[in-house]
Design a protein around this ligand. Structure first.
Ligand SMILES: [Zn+2]
Length: 175
């Protein structure tokens, strides 16, 4: 789980309403559900961008595609996802379900899938480690280097896909 700092954000009760699924596809043996209208999710390069981002994340976590086989990755416009009782997460890996939000609570809608907490959640898919004990939860510089320089998209066209390791990091030893 990757949660925002609760000191700055109110905890919101999860809404039960389900938005319609607007598209979906598979990357290797992982299903992808796009429940979002963020511009980057509507671009034809999304499957390739997801696959290459997952590949970088799997390498970082010493995982393999088999670790993600049977998983479903859902991109949601919801501001938060509920994660094992916590209602304010930006992403969650629960069983074989990975849900990630498509907007940062401070910076607004992400411009590219690389900016989401996906690389963090892949760590949970590979390691488990719900208490974030592995030191890699506080690193990610290699991930940022590997994913740098890609285009992003806003409602006006191309936009910066700047990467911030703080989005992916989590204090060690905390849920
Ligand atoms: Zn986490």
């Amino acid at each position: 789980m990757r949660a925002p700092n609760p000191a700055f954000l109110p905890l919101l009760l999860a809404s039960a309403c389900a938005a319609p699924v607007v598209s979906d596809f598979a990357v290797r043996d992982t299903e992808v559900v796009v429940d979002s209208v963020a511009p980057f999710t509507t671009r034809p390069d999304l499957p390739a961008r997801l696959e290459s981002t997952l590949a970088v994340a799997l390498e970082y976590w010493d995982g393999s595609w088999g670790d993600l086989a049977g998983f479903t990755v859902t991109l949601t416009d919801d501001a938060r996802v509920t994660c094992r009782g916590v209602a304010s997460a930006l992403g969650c890996t629960d069983g074989d379900q990975i849900r990630i939000v498509t907007a940062d609570p401070g910076a607004g809608t992400f411009h590219c899938v690389e900016q989401t907490v996906l690389v963090h959640e892949v760590g949970h898919a590979v390691l488990g480690d719900p208490l974030h004990r592995d030191p890699r939860w506080m690193a990610f510089d290699k991930v940022a280097e590997a994913l740098a320089g890609r285009p992003g998209y806003s409602g006006d066209g191309e936009a910066a896909c700047d990467l911030f390791v703080s989005v992916w990091r989590h204090p060690l030893g905390e849920r």
